[in-house]
Every structure is written in C-alpha cells, then in structure tokens.
Design a protein around this ligand. Structure first.
Ligand SMILES: CC(C)(COP(=O)(O)OP(=O)(O)OC[C@H]1O[C@@H](n2cnc3c(N)ncnc32)[C@H](O)[C@@H]1OP(=O)(O)O)[C@@H](O)C(=O)NCCC(=O)NCCS
Length: 153
C-alpha cells in the first residue's frame, strides 16, 4: 500500500487525531490540552490524513535543539507499513535544527520499544512508577547530530 504524504496538522484535525490516539490506548487529552499544543511555540503536530480519518499522528514538543515525542500512533490496520517512520522522517526534514529526540514509553509496550529501537533510539533511563498506574517509563533517546568534519580528510 502506498501511504498518503504526512503533513502538518491544523487544529481542525483534533477530532480524528484524538480518536486515533484513543483507539491506540494512549492517554486522552482534553480539548484544552490539544489547544495548548497548537498554541505552544514548540508544538509540532503531524499526521497522515486518510479520507477524513487519521491514519497516523505525531505530537512533538521542540525546545532549542531537542524534541520530545509526546504522542505517536498508527491506526491498527496500517501498522508495519512504514507510516510511523514516514512521520518521523517528515518531522526531521522540517526541523533540521533538532539534534536529539527523546520520549517516554511504558515498560510493557514492547511493540513501541521495538519500533523506536528500529529507527535508532536507545534506552537511556527508567522512571520508576512514572505512570498513574505506577508502571515504569523507559526513557529512550536518539542523537541526530551528524559527525562534523572527516578525520580521514
Ligand atoms: C509503535 C507504532 C507507532 C509503530 O508504527 P508503524 O507504522 O507500525 O511502524 P513502522 O511500520 O514505521 O515500523 C518500522 C520498524 O519498526 C519495527 N516495528 C514496528 N512495529 C513493531 C512491532 N509491533 N514489533 C516489532 N517491531 C516493530 C520494525 O523493525 C519495523 O520495520 P519492519 O516492519 O520492516 O520490520 C505503532 O505500533 C502504534 O501505533 N502503536 C500503538 C501506540 C503506541 O504504543 N505508541 C507509542 C507510544 S510511546
């Protein structure tokens, strides 16, 4: 299947994105939280729209040269087709100043950890009892900085 192109989401995408994240079992955001992300200068919301629904969505918070992934999900029927990778690539191309990305993921969320490892993230820490149900969070990070100069040259 060829995927539609990722694009920056406007606030009009809130309802389909909220449904996508809800169906993926991610924490629900209130309308105020969503509005806050769109209003925040570092807020970046990307999605892959598909006939009015959200096939995939990514919410990132940028601060200087770092970016934290706050939400990422792909509709169940569209998984393992490269949609999440495509979204991350689109974000990176649009924000070349970002040198490092990081995120927290539930310790039990093996598929998401496998995805993040596959795209270059590694575990850098653990927050014990981080979630409201006391599950630990795994902190993962990915340095994006390219090597400067060529020692051989
Ligand atoms: C995690 C998630 C976003 C991955 O999205 P995706 O579009 O399926 O990921 P991609 O197709 O880009 O996967 C790229 C690679 O990551 C790895 N990967 C992705 N999902 C995987 C899984 N379930 N198990 C093992 N490896 C996986 C694979 O190496 C994959 O390449 P391959 O399919 O060629 O083997 C998706 O499973 C999801 O929405 N999960 C529910 C929500 C969630 O947990 N979000 C993360 C919160 S922090």
């Amino acid at each position: 299947m060829s995927l539609p192109q990722p694009r920056r989401a406007s606030a009009a995408a809130r309802v389909p994105l909220d449904a996508l994240f809800r169906d993926a079992g991610l924490p629900r955001w209130s309308a105020e939280q969503w509005a806050g992300e769109w209003a925040h200068p570092g807020g970046r919301i990307w999605w892959i729209p598909d006939r009015g629904a959200a096939l995939a969505g990514l919410v990132v918070r940028c601060a200087a040269d770092e970016a934290e992934i706050l939400q990422l999900a792909v509709a169940p029927a569209a998984r393992r087709q490269g949609a999440a990778s495509l979204l991350l690539d689109a974000f990176r191309s649009a924000e070349p100043q970002i040198d490092r990305m990081f995120l927290e993921v539930r310790a039990s969320n093996d598929p998401a950890q496998a995805f993040y490892r596959a795209v270059g993230f590694e575990e850098v820490g653990r927050r014990v009892g981080y979630y409201v149900d006391r599950e630990d969070a795994i902190v993962m990070a990915r340095p994006l900085t390219k090597p400067v100069g060529n020692p051989a040259g």
